[in-house]
Design a binder for this molecule. Sequence first.
Ligand code: FPP
Length: 250
Amino acid sequence: MAESTQMVGSIIPYHVGIIMDGNGRWAKAQGKGRLHGHQQGAEVAREVVRWAKELGIKQISLYAFSTENWARPSLEVRGLMSLLALMLPRSLPDMQQNGVRFRVLGDIKPLPGRARRAVEKACAETASNSTIELILCLNYGGQQEILASVKEAAQWLLKQADQHKALALLTTDKLRSMMWRADTAPLDLLIRTGGEKRISNFHLWDAAYAELYFTDVLWPVFCKADLQRAIDEYGRRERRFGLTSEQLNE
Ligand code: FPP
């Protein structure tokens, strides 16, 4: 028997992460340059936050620029940074109206001044909003994030009088508390558009028990029904966190 959208869609993930892939291919198919794809992708990024809010999602992470993306052609990198500097101030009224708290995950120090200032302004001006958190992953890499926390843990360890005893206290929870975004929830659902099936250094630690959802839809044409399909699929999954089905049903 087919399940109705209403039935399966009733389980809403708390934290959804999206790898927004396919901008370049979409633009090429339109006979346009890659930046055109990113512009259209940025519009969809703005929309997806509103859809997520309407569905009751509380945190949404968007992978906008990875630590590896600096190696793309410089025109594309500059274009993405300009887009960020342009789009963020324009999106602020929307974010205020929808109660969006804007946050950033990643090291924004190397970003060009205009883009960095736009990010800082959006973080500051939306800090008291609480309907949904938009976590924009910028100059973000999961391995880099884990490495930074390991370095912090080592610093902490060096300051302890009894280092052997302290080492035993270094649990996964403690290490996570030293990560860049210690106060966000672990990822429940990871969506990747554009047909590739990989995680690409996104949320490595926090995707440990995320449900993975891959779609061939290219990001610039991703729509609310596509998000709903991912949520419905999530609702059909059995999240076992290492337990057995029988244990969960007890
Ligand atoms: C991957 O598609 C997409 C990116 C590397 C950038 C994602 C950025 C946006 C959606 C715009 C919003 C972000 C900012 C910074 C304002 P791709 O270019 O790898 O696509 P392809 O695989 O088809 O070439």
